[in-house]
Design a protein around this ligand. Structure first.
Ligand code: AMP
Length: 284
């Protein structure tokens, strides 16, 4: 069932009175990564809502909001075959009103703590996580899910959402799902559509760098600079590295040494497409 308005969604939610509800927030252009979240939601909950909303307030002025892939018909097909109960695809005006300047001059924003946003993706994407938290809290208030499903692919996002839920006492259980990859190792992303065939090959550097860091860690290297330095042999002039960090996987704090509680995270542009990936070092 395709729903465009908040009112309709609320009506449907009311009719699910005693049932458990799961929400999978997405920006659409759905792929197997999104599908893994939907499957987990189906296993966990009686009813599953997938939101498809390219959220204008989480994109910076020079980012890809206008060209972000919008494939609602195909998304609907995929959701239907996955047994999704409702797809919530509001227009930006439904979420934010029309005529509003979409800024914190005119809108109430949720601002996650500086410590969590002043690093990794938040450093180059200023205001991004304010936009993410604001839309996610709005979706939580609209759908009132018992469970919400997020991918480890966006590890910083998942940590920030969990923090928001805890700090603001939001009655939602956040479930984090593992990264789904192509056989090549490339993490699935809606933005992979921007890459040429050659670009996709160059993009493999991200997962190769992370796998190699994990292999080195498993061989006993725990010095973080030494682990990070192993990346350079994979990088060419086709890669514009934005960050490579090894941090505490739960808190994003810096560590003296890498350990089984560490996560390695990378962001790198290939063909000017910004790609991110990460891996837990302690994982098999
Ligand atoms: P997006 O549509 O890119 O905003 O992503 C919606 C949700 O799907 C987020 O929680 C992402 O972390 C998750 N997701 C995106 N790609 C993957 C992937 N390759 N594996 C698992 N989850 C993913």
């Amino acid at each position: 069932m395709l729903i465009h308005t908040i009112e309709e969604l609320r009506e449907l939610r009311k009719s699910w009175n005693n049932l458990s509800v799961g929400l999978v927030p997405t920006m659409g252009a759905l792929h197997e990564g999104h599908l893994s979240l939907i499957k987990k939601a189906k296993e966990t909950c009686d009813k599953v809502v997938v939101s498809v909303f390219v959220n204008p307030i989480q994109f910076g002025p020079s980012e890809d909001f206008d060209k972000y892939p919008r494939t609602l018909e195909a998304d609907m097909e995929l959701c239907k075959s996955a047994g999704v109960d409702a797809v919530f695809a509001p227009a930006p005006s439904e979420m934010y009103g029309s005529g509003n300047r979409l800024s914190n001059d005119t809108l109430t924003y949720v601002c996650p703590p500086f410590f969590y946003v002043n690093k990794l993706c938040g450093k180059s994407r200023v205001g991004h996580f304010d936009g993410v938290c604001t839309v996610v809290l709005k979706l939580f208030n609209i759908v009132q899910p018992d469970f919400a499903f997020f991918g480890q692919k966006d590890a910083q996002q998942a940590i920030i959402i969990k923090k928001m839920v805890k700090d603001l006492n939001v009655p939602v259980k956040v479930v984090q799902c593992p990264i789904v990859r192509e056989e090549s190792g490339l993490a699935l992303s809606s933005r992979n559509k921007y890459l040429s065939e050659d670009g996709k090959k160059d993009a493999l550097a991200l997962s190769k760098i992370l796998n190699n860091i994990k292999a080195c860690f498993n061989r006993g290297i725990t010095d973080i600079d030494a682990l990070k330095e192993t990346a350079y042999s994979y990088l060419t002039d086709k890669h514009d590295l934005e960050y490579l960090e090894i941090l505490d996987k739960n808190t994003l704090e810096e560590q003296e040494k890498a350990g089984s509680d560490s996560i390695a995270l990378i962001a790198c542009r290939v063909e000017n497409v910004r790609l991110i990936d990460n891996t837990y070092l302690g994982e098999a």
